[in-house]
Write a protein that binds this ligand. Structure first.
Ligand code: HEC
Ligand code: HEC
Length: 238
């Protein structure tokens, strides 16, 4: 190769990479406001961030991957758990995590501090982080949507989840609400036996839980629901 050709390759390669880098950097900066839905970043959210810092929540938790790795990442905690469940965990961690081997400390947060933390976690949960750290992306839930819709005909558990309107409060696949935790997330932490007992009397297993009892169902029906929910964990088949 002549020296001229080598120089040409060097300059074309370097300059085009530089142009691409600058272009992408500019494009990212241009979309920051939209990706972080900055219009919803109000004084309450900012106050919530201060509460988060004052109580050193990120000694144990990460948000957007930053912080301690002892406890779950909180970027999507609001969407994953729902508002009621987040509140209970902040107000009474000793009750909410009673059956867990990892403990979150009781930090004696005031009701106002809890409100602000909820505002903060709600806002953080809405950041479009291009699924990084990877969790709770819509595409990930496609399989369980299919399982609920397709399975309802075959699986009594899926049919009962529809019939009992669990999705009025819980997210599953691309459907449902966020008052309680996303059912796929429940499946990663609880087994079918625990879920079946919980459905009969939630308060007995999680004092302070606002989840309604399903004691009008038979034990067999609760077991069928529980097995369906437990099967939503990745890699397990119903
Ligand atoms: C000493 C460590 C520690 C501190 C400090 C701490 N947490 Fe936690 N937190 C935990 C642990 C451990 C868990 C998980 C318990 C489990 O699931 O078994 C947890 C769970 C949670 C959950 C539920 C997450 C989920 O996905 O289930 C939320 C929400 C939460 N913490 C919020 C906070 C907030 C807000 C603060 C600050 C006010 C805070 N935590 C401070 C240890 C901590
Ligand atoms: C009226 C709203 C509502 C309805 C309807 C509802 N849930 Fe819940 N559920 C909740 C809330 C809120 C929580 C969180 C309780 C807490 O704070 O721990 C919860 C918690 C749970 C948990 C425990 C999660 C955990 O890991 O601690 C399971 C399992 C569950 N629900 C399953 C179901 C199923 C299955 C149905 C339908 C048969 C259903 N829920 C219907 C609101 C509801």
């Amino acid at each position: 190769m002549s020296e001229r050709a080598a120089k040409l390759i060097f300059w074309v390669g370097t300059l085009s990479s530089l142009a691409l880098f600058l272009g992408l950097t500019w494009d990212t900066h241009r979309s920051f406001a939209a990706l972080t839905h900055a219009d919803k970043l109000d004084a309450n959210v900012v106050a919530g961030k201060h509460v988060f810092e004052n109580h050193n929540c990120n000694d144990c938790h990460t948000i957007l991957g930053f912080g301690g790795y002892y406890a779950p990442d909180l970027t999507r905690a609001y969407k994953r758990l729902g508002e009621d469940a987040v509140r209970l965990r902040l107000a009474s961690p000793e009750k909410a995590f009673a059956s867990s081997y990892r403990k979150m400390p009781q930090q004696h947060l005031t009701p106002v501090e809890i409100d602000r933390l909820v505002d903060f976690l709600r806002w953080v949960g809405g950041i479009d982080n291009h699924d990084w750290p990877p969790q709770d992306s819509d595409t990930r839930w496609k399989a369980s949507t299919r399982r609920l819709v397709g399975g309802a005909a075959m699986s009594p558990g899926a049919a009962l989840v529809s019939q009992e309107a669990c999705l009025a409060c819980h997210a599953l696949g691309n459907a449902g609400e966020h008052r309680g935790p996303r059912l796929e997330y429940v499946a990663t932490r609880r087994d079918a036996d625990w879920i079946a007992r919980y459905l009969a009397d939630p308060q007995a297993l999680t004092p302070g839980s606002t989840m309604p009892k399903f004691d009008h169902l038979s034990e067999g029906q609760r077991q069928a629901i529980a097995e369906f929910v437990a099967s939503l964990a990745e890699g397990r088949t119903p």
